[in-house]
Design a protein around this ligand. Structure first.
Ligand code: PLP
Length: 519
């Protein structure tokens, strides 16, 4: 129940509250400009009143707009000490709800200092990802609908929009029409589902009989390059294949899988009585963004009848740039492909797409319909729950649809094209400097480099110190990898807000740090 009172605005909230505490303490006051709504919280029923939601909603949008406008004033990496936030939060939940204005105040006071700003244009660590404003609107609507896209009837909007938007994206990526997609949260989960479908295809009825307590199962093998993302190892752990099932294939000096080594490994394993089930080349590896030779790998998979899953979690989005599509040659021959719009398509985390040549194979591995989920809906409809371990699924397609509609395929392509240009520009500064060197090619928008001034014995320590200094400055965030045992800095360009001046800033900080550490 809400009761509205006209009050004297000069009275102030504190005096008003005191007055009401004396009269009827079971009412909670919410004061706006010159009137208040009183919500009987003793009933503990109902939601925030619509008027209050509207007021705070406008305020939150204003705050987010201010945040984006002022984002460069924040340190990229949170500067708090571990456990600072925990120590500053009460150990118990409030018994009666807090005033929402105070909650917002605590966002400023407690949450902001503990945020590492992934949306900052100088976030160059890991892979630089960012949320566009329209993507955030998508999240707002999706939370408001709160649908669990398990059955078509529980979520026609999500089910049908997912099909439509993934088909738009497929066309933008230049993939053949036979590929159908399904949205999961992350690439780790997409890949795990792909390997599960590959395992089901070998016909050993693992879905039914499992893998334990069986002596009729050979060692199953999954192949990938030595630069594969750890999500593949984790998928093997999760699926009960075990890490021993994963065979990592040697790479060339460009960090690309050597297909001859893959063929040799498969021959060797087959002779030993093992069963190859899946090969996973990566387009855009995590350490260097190298590109495994998918076409050659596809030939090998075709020869031995092995499921081909392409991990394009990072770089897949770059296929929306028409002139970059040749870099993806061979992925159209895959059984499955993962790409993450939440990495490089300006879609807020999380949204990963698994495209399958035959989505029915995924359904075969996962569909299971208990009585309480059976419906009389006509055939021809799709129930999202049939394609994975999740029952309820978030309405993620909405934000991707909004992003694609707002920017258009050309707008998305031009932003990614610009990121690649900026990365090459940074690489050209590295190449032109006698004190720095490139450590890997730059096929997309990731630069692997290090300082290499003459007269320094321990270059690894120097580079680590420099990277830590950049990160401690709050001005930018870089991360690292090791290539052939050598400490290597990684600078990823991918923020929707990044401009050349941001890279100039990092380059200047690096040069200053080098000067300080070698003089
Ligand atoms: N594959 C590659 C090539 C990646 O670079 C990453 C993450 O950076 C992943 C998979 C895992 O992505 P996610 O966090 O969506 O599970």
């Amino acid at each position: 129940m809400i009761i509205y009172f006209e009050v004297d605005p000069k009275m102030g909230k504190v005096r008003l509250q005191a007055l009401y505490n004396r009269c009827c303490s079971n009412y909670k006051l919410n004061v706006s400009t010159n009137w208040c709504d009183i919500m009987n919280r003793d009933n503990n029923l109902g939601d925030m009143p619509a008027e209050e939601f509207r007021r705070y909603g406008y305020e939150i949008v204003d705050r987010i707009a201010d945040y984006f406008e002022q984002i460069e004033s924040f340190p990229v990496l949170s500067q708090i000490e571990p456990n600072w936030l925990k120590q500053n939060l009460p150990g118990n939940a409030p018994a009666s709800g807090d005033d929402f204005g105070e909650v917002l105040h605590d966002i400023d006071r407690l949450i902001f200092p503990a945020v590492t700003h992934w949306n900052h244009p100088n976030f160059h660590g890991l892979f630089s990802t960012s949320a566009s404003s329209v993507g955030i609107f998508g999240e707002m609507f999706s939370a408001a609908f709160d649908m669990k896209a398990m059955l078509w009837r529980t979520s026609p909007a999500s089910t049908e929009l997912e099909d439509v938007v993934l088909d738009w994206l497929r066309q933008m990526l230049g993939l053949p029409a036979k590929f159908e997609g399904i949205i999961y949260d992350t690439a780790s989960v997409s890949t795990m589902h792909a390997i599960a479908a590959a395992r089901e295809r070998i016909g050993l009825n693992i879905r039914e009989l499992g893998m334990s307590g069986r002596n009729d199962l050979p060692l199953l093998r999954v192949y990938c390059s030595e630069h594969v993302h750890s999500s593949i190892d984790k998928a093997c752990i999760t699926l009960g294949l075990g890490i021993q099932s994963l065979r990592k294939i040697e790479c060339n000096d460009r960090f690309e899988m050597i297909p001859e080594k893959l063929a040799e490994a498969i021959e060797e394993d087959t002779e030993a009585g093992y069963l190859p089930i899946c090969v996973i080349p990566t387009i855009g590896t995590t350490s260097t963004s190298s590109i495994d030779p998918v076409d050659a790998v596809a030939d090998i998979c075709a020869k031995y009848g092995i499921w081909l899953h392409v991990d394009a979690a990072y770089a897949g989005s770059a296929a929306v740039v028409p002139e970059m599509q040749p870099m993806f040659s061979g992925w159209e021959r895959a059984d499955s492909i993962v790409i993450n719009p939440h990495k490089w398509l300006f879609t807020p985390f999380d949204l990963s797409v698994l495209y399958c040549r035959d989505l029915g194979e995924l359904k075969k591995a996962f569909s299971l319909v208990p009585e309480y989920l059976r419906t009389s809906d006509e055939s021809g409809i799709k129930n999202g729950m049939d394609y994975g371990i999740q029952l309820g699924r978030r309405f993620r397609a909405l934000k991707l649809w909004m992003v694609i509609r707002y920017f258009g395929s050309e707008g998305l392509a031009s932003r990614i094209r610009e990121h690649c240009r900026l990365a090459r520009t940074f690489a050209s500064w590295v190449e032109a400097s006698p004190d720095f060197q490139m450590m890997a090619p730059v096929p997309f928008a990731l630069v692997c480099f290090r300082a290499c001034p003459s007269g320094v014995d321990d270059l690894d320590s120097l580079n680590e110190t420099m990277m830590n200094e950049v990160n401690a400055s709050g001005q930018a965030y870089l991360s690292h990898t090791k290539l052939n045992g050598t400490f290597t800095m990684r600078l990823s360009v991918g923020s929707i807000r990044v401009e050349e001046r941001h890279l100039e800033k990092v380059w200047n900080i690096l040069k200053e740090s080098l000067q300080k550490n070698v003089s």
